[in-house]
Design a protein around this ligand. Structure first.
Ligand code: G6P
Length: 366
């Protein structure tokens, strides 16, 4: 009821603001990296596998895509990420030494459960889930599990479940790296420190809300938007576009910025806002030249840049600065700014934010 909402107007806004706490809860008690974080016997499983297959739907699929970047770069284990409703019906080439990872907020999504069963029927027995509901079918069906502690998520558009999934997937990345001899004690300590600092870092992004509201008011008048990202922030651009379309009904598409020239550049006019996720990483210079391509065609850039990246506002270029560059965990910070943008654009359009038309919180039928 209204009392539970406290100072917030919608559950989605409340859930966005709960993220510092629930990320802390999800990582609570993690004082060191070890496979057993995922259950008894995880060490033996992680030793045996030589590849990962991630199965999920919706927002959970995008956390899986982000994890692919992490796991391949840090643990050096090849990863495939598949949309559950596709995987369950396509002919694929199974491999017994696969760690099958399902990701699900509810643990009851019919397609993801069916994809898991399909993988198992193909002889893949090493199963692990990242799930927010400990009593769900998904947790019962998988041998290993990490339960995220996002708490009950009411808003149909997932927010805190996503960032807690990312936190859990980062632990999985580090655990796989450790088993493969790719995590030194110093690296482990550094990553644990960065994880412990996440609640504070996320709070600093939440404090950008007033600036994001000003942008959202511009967005509310548009019918289309493009989201750009590169590397591990490409899935974050996808998630930002999904959030915007789900709750504001603005048509939004995400592209890896390097792919602009192969199509979406044709859509860019003064009427097209282009949201750019611009962390200060090795791809920043490349991203800046992609931004120039947009600007040269009159597109309006809305850039979420890190504090230390030299991008300054100007004609057709709006910049909001995130307080710090956060290395590998940067996607967790950047997505929060996109959640707020979608929320406030929807609010400005007066849509039913917590219950968008035609969508359900949990899709338990095919
Ligand atoms: C629905 C929800 C999404 C969610 C997706 C997968 O579409 O509206 O927010 O990402 O299902 O749900 P799951 O519970 O498996 O993560």
């Amino acid at each position: 009821g209204a009392a539970e909402l406290g100072p917030y107007r919608h559950y989605m806004q409340k859930e966005i603001f709960e993220q510092p706490r629930v990320i802390g809860d999800t990582l609570e008690g993690v004082t060191g990296i070890m496979p057993e974080l995922f259950g008894d016997g995880a060490y033996n499983v992680f030793k045996q596998i030589d590849r990962v297959l991630i199965l999920a739907c919706g927002t959970s699929y995008y956390s899986g895509l982000t994890a692919k970047y992490w796991i391949e770069s840090v643990a050096k284990v090849p990863v495939n990420v598949e949309i559950a409703s596709e995987y369950r019906y396509r002919d694929s080439v199974p491999h017994p030494n696969t760690l099958v990872v399902t990701i699900s907020q509810s643990g009851e999504t019919a397609d993801t459960l069916a994809a898991l069963k399909h993988a198992r029927s193909l002889g893949m027995e090493h199963t692990l889930t990242i799930c927010n509901v400990a009593t769900s079918a998904m947790v019962r069906e998988c041998k290993l599990a990490y339960i995220t502690r996002a708490g009950v998520e009411v808003g149909v558009a997932s927010t805190k479940a996503f960032t807690t999934q990312l936190a859990a997937l980062f632990l999985l990345t580090l655990s796989l790296a450790q088993v493969n001899g790719r995590l030194s004690d110093e690296e482990e300590a550094g990553h644990l420190k960065a994880m412990r600092h996440l609640p504070v870092a996320i709070s600093a992004v939440l404090a950008l809300e007033p600036q994001i509201i000003a942008w959202a008011e511009d967005f509310a008048r548009k019918e289309n938007a493009l989201f750009l990202g590169r590397g591990m922030h490409y899935p974050i651009a996808l998630e930002g576009a999904l959030k915007l379309k789900e709750i504001s009904y603005i048509h939004a598409e995400a592209y890896p910025a390097g792919e602009l020239k192969h199509g979406p550049l044709a859509l860019v006019t003064e009427e097209m806002p282009v949201v750019t996720v611009a962390p200060n990483d090795v791809l920043l210079e490349k991203l800046k030249s992609n931004m120039q391509e947009v600007r040269a065609r009159g597109g309006q850039l809305y850039v979420f840049a890190d504090v230390d990246s030299r991008i300054t506002s100007g004609e057709g270029l709006h910049v909001i600065r995130l307080p710090e560059h956060y290395g590998l965990l940067s996607p967790i910070l950047h997505v929060v700014s996109l959640q707020l943008l979608a929320y406030h654009a929807a609010l400005a359009r007066g849509t039913d934010v917590d219950k968008p038309r035609n969508l359900a919180k949990s899709v338990t039928v095919e």
